[in-house]
Design a protein around this ligand. Structure first.
Ligand SMILES: Cc1cc2nc3c(=O)[nH]c(=O)nc-3n(C[C@H](O)[C@H](O)[C@H](O)COP(=O)(O)O)c2cc1C
Length: 324
């Protein structure tokens, strides 16, 4: 029997899954897969893309998958589809993270259109930002973007930043001293040709004037992106957090991460996630003590970009290997 022809709806679902390929992910592991059904899109995790050394509990894997889920949701709603999302729809299939059902049509609002438009322009920017502080109104909109997705965003006060810097410095030293960490970093920064994943040296930035150091993606090598003219003095630091550490909270925190990063693009801001501060016990406790309550999920740096060019795009896995 010949295979059934894909419908317009199935094509729209596959298109949303392709858009979701652009989502940020830890070490650019893209630890997800998509299944296109006749009127639904299913998101699955790829457990063998878990980073065993830095993310044994899979928090960052689920944050990454949540970001992809938010990207796919935006793709569908911006294309005029009304959707309903069920997270962890089948207790017997823990790798099935979410199902997006399409329930007809709905006119997208301006916010959805703007965020969808920001997807191809978003990049992780590790360079020092400028001296201009991030406007208060923009910070408020970033906080609201997270809140709409059910996760809180704590903006660090000026006097909390040195503690984050100490946490980041200590975490980097502990990780660099660990041969298993160095092997994992080497694996994800030196990918086989055509793998379409990993962090290329072209997006790594030399050490420089930053209040809080960023993860070194080219240790002992040559970072490919010039540090640029920023002195980083206007950079804001924030932490996504919530009451607990359940899988659904991590997935939703990833959706909030995507919403915050895309809102930053709309606001003309640059941003970069920073997870190393939460990968080492003592540093994680320091970051947690900066929060009003709850558990930290991911730290972020956000600022006004001053470099003339955006960072280069990072590669993505071929849609044919990720979408079925
Ligand atoms: C959960 C998570 C953790 C991340 N941790 C870091 C980090 O510690 N340092 C960093 O520079 N980038 C971090 N990133 C950014 C990724 O490296 C980046 O998304 C990936 O390389 C793809 O590049 P792009 O964001 O420019 O598309 C993280 C992203 C996610 C989703």
């Amino acid at each position: 029997m010949p295979a059934a022809r894909p419908t317009d709806l199935m094509r729209a679902l596959a298109e949303a899954a392709r858009l979701a390929q652009r989502a940020p992910s830890v070490f650019n592991t893209q630890p997800w897969r998509w299944r296109v059904r006749s009127n639904a899109l299913e998101l699955l995790r790829e457990p063998d893309r878990t980073l065993a050394v830095t993310d044994p509990g899979g928090r960052q894997l689920l944050l990454s998958c949540g970001a992809a889920l938010h990207h796919a949701r935006l793709g569908l709603t911006a294309a005029g589809r009304r959707i309903a999302v069920t997270r962890f729809p089948d207790p017997a299939s823990p790798d099935l993270l979410a199902r997006i059902d399409v329930r007809g049509r709905a006119e997208p609002d301006d916010r959805v259109r703007r965020l969808r438009g920001a997807v191809p322009r978003r990049r992780t920017d590790r360079r020092p930002f400028g001296a201009t502080p991030v406007p208060e109104a923009a910070l408020r909109r970033l906080r609201e973007a997270a809140q709409v997705e059910g996760t809180a965003l704590h903006l660090l006060s000026r006097d909390q930043v040195p503690a984050l810097a100490t946490a980041a410095t200590n975490a980097a030293a502990a990780e660099q001293a660990d041969p298993a960490y160095r092997r994992a970093l080497d694996e994800w920064t030196h990918r086989p040709p055509g793998s379409g994943d990993g962090v290329p040296a072209g997006t790594a930035v030399p050490a420089g004037p930053r209040a809080v150091p960023v993860r070194d993606f080219a240790p002992g090598g040559t970072p490919g992106l010039a540090i640029g003219p920023g002195d980083d003095s206007g950079t804001a630091y924030a932490v996504l957090y919530g009451p607990g550490d359940t899988a659904v909270e991590w997935l939703r925190a990833g959706e909030a991460l995507s919403a915050v990063l895309l809102t930053a693009v709309v606001e003309g801001l640059g941003a970069a996630p920073m997870s190393d501060v939460l990968e080492v016990g003592e540093s994680r406790r320091m970051v947690r003590s900066l929060l009003p309550e709850g558990r930290p999920y991911l730290a972020l740096r956000i600022g006004v970009p001053v470099a003339a060019e955006a960072p280069p795009p990072t590669p993505r896995r071929r849609p044919g290997t990720v979408i079925s």
